[in-house]
Design a protein around this ligand. Structure first.
Ligand code: B16
Ligand code: MG
Length: 231
């Protein structure tokens, strides 16, 4: 892996927490359509696209394509009404300080989110101009867990994915980052993000950029030792 030159942040669950709004919007749709849907079911929707979220909500049941499109549009309208209330106060603890530290170290900063509402959320947070590249649900056809979005974002930064660290709160996102060949920092419980190189149980407030780069350097040393055929 190359020297680390950039940080790529997932949005929902890393920079801000919109999972509750996604839940409320899907729940309203599910209630209207008589589909059982719990907060626990919502966990399986973390980090996956709107389309895949609907598939998981339907739990294998097939519906006509026109209905699927209409339901997704309805859910998105409910979601957009909820996120209208987002302000800079909704930036997760530690995120701003972490971005500042990374910028001061000369790292490039980017977003890699499955959400097609990414730019509106960033605008409401006051962060639209804080990144060198923004990849969202419209940037690539294959969404997480496919590596495409992170490969696309690295390309926008003119870097190989191996020079990037991806920050992710979802299992699908960790898989996407690792398949892309990037370093990955997982945010959340080990059951969800345990495959990442480094795990932060709570969020970006758990560490500093310097401490994290040290941790990643030792993760890289271990990786080199394991993959060195002389060992
Ligand atoms: P939208 P992330 C993801 O964002 C959410 O975690 C996921 O729950 C949502 O279904 C997906 O965006 C698509 O969102 O309906 O707004 O296009 O975690 O990749 O930043
Ligand atoms: Mg996320």
């Amino acid at each position: 892996m190359a020297e680390i030159a950039a940080f790529i942040f997932d949005l929902d669950g890393v920079i801000t927490d919109t999972a509750v709004y996604h839940y409320r919007a899907w729940k309203r749709l599910a209630d209207e359509e008589g589909i059982p849907f719990t907060r626990e079911d919502n966990e399986a929707l973390r980090g996956v696209s709107r389309r895949e979220s609907l598939n998981r909500l339907l739990k294998g049941r097939e519906i006509p394509e026109a209905d699927a499109e209409a339901w997704m549009a309805r859910k998105n309208a409910y979601y957009r009404a909820l996120i209208r209330e987002i302000t800079p106060a909704d930036i997760l603890p530690g995120a701003l300080a972490f971005l500042d530290q990374a910028r001061a170290r000369g790292l490039a900063l980017a977003i890699g989110s499955a959400s097609r509402n990414t730019k509106d959320v960033l605008r409401s947070l006051g962060l639209l101009d804080a990144f060198d590249a923004i990849g969202d649900g419209d940037s690539v056809a294959r969404t997480k867990p496919a590596p495409d979005l992170f490969v696309w974002v690295a390309g926008r930064l003119d870097l190989p994915p191996g020079a990037c660290v991806v920050f992710e709160d979802a299992e699908a996102g960790v898989e996407a980052a690792l398949t892309a060949g990037a370093y990955c920092v997982g945010i959340g419980p080990a059951e969800r993000v345990g495959r990442a190189h480094v795990r932060l149980p709570t969020g970006l407030s758990d560490t500093t950029v310097d401490a994290l780069l040290d941790q990643l350097a030792s993760a890289r040393r271990q990786h080199l030792e394991i993959s060195d055929p002389r060992n």
